[in-house]
Design a protein. Structure first.
Length: 240
């Protein structure tokens, strides 16, 4: 079996689903980098094997906007969103990130799939809930949606200031994923799982990647690398 990174058993049962993320060896996918656009094209062509499929990408705002893709986007149209959902089989959905967990989602009943970027701000805004709401707009029942979360920075490695920890400590659902050692820590993946379950995604339909971007040298980590221009990975999902 071809074990991709990430690998989600809950999605592997559906042979039509293709998903993954780029690695450090594929280069940065940040379009602000001179090589970013070329790296994206090469990765999607040679490693994601998308063929002639259309690619949907958006400008991230670190919020909770999830775009409903109902037609092939025009190249000239600039869309600001941190996630997207579609039922167009030959569409490739993408998001970038370097510590923020991507959320891969698939409803095999309605033929709908989606992808979102859920960093600290997106998790605080509950983009996971928004993602599922857009699935609902396509007729999906949350109980039929299967989700893979990550990779992202793990709770042990993700330290924040008290002011950010307090935002989550005030949330009854998320407070147990905030803890203090020598610093305050946030377990974003745990929060995302809790948010998905709250809106009706079944616990057994969710798989969280054990890979931590901060620990894994094969992955980019903005927190670890501390580069001036963020080096980002590209996550993708599509149907064969």
């Amino acid at each position: 079996m071809d074990i991709r990174i990430p690998y989600f058993p809950v999605l592997e049962v559906f042979p039509r689903v293709r998903y993954g993320i780029s690695l450090r060896e594929h280069g940065t996918m940040n379009l602000a980098d001179p090589n970013g656009a070329a790296n994206r094209r090469k990765f999607l062509r040679d490693h994601a094997c998308i063929g002639n499929r259309s690619v949907f990408s958006s400008v991230l705002e670190h919020g909770k906007t999830v775009f409903r893709v109902t037609s092939k986007p025009k190249r000239s149209k600039r869309i600001v969103a941190d996630g997207s959902v579609t039922n167009i089989a030959d569409m490739v959905l993408t998001v970038t990130g370097a510590d923020c967990p991507p959320i891969f989602a698939r409803d095999p009943i309605k033929g709908v799939f989606g992808l979102a970027h859920s960093g600290r701000k997106g998790t605080e805004a509950n983009i996971a809930r928004e993602l599922i709401e857009v699935f609902r707009s396509f007729g999906s029942d949350p109980k039929d949606i299967y989700v893979g979360v990550g990779p992202g920075i793990c709770g042990l490695c993700y330290t924040v200031g008290e002011e950010f920890a307090e935002l989550f400590r005030q949330d009854d659902l998320l407070r147990k994923y905030v803890f203090r050692m020598t610093h305050w820590h946030l377990n974003l993946s745990g929060m995302i799982r809790a948010q998905l379950e709250e809106v009706g995604v079944l616990q057994e339909h969710i798989h969280v990647s054990p890979l931590c971007t901060y620990k894994e040298q094969m992955l980019y980590s903005h927190r670890r690398d501390k580069s001036g221009l963020p080096k980002t990975m590209l996550a993708y999902i599509y149907l064969e």
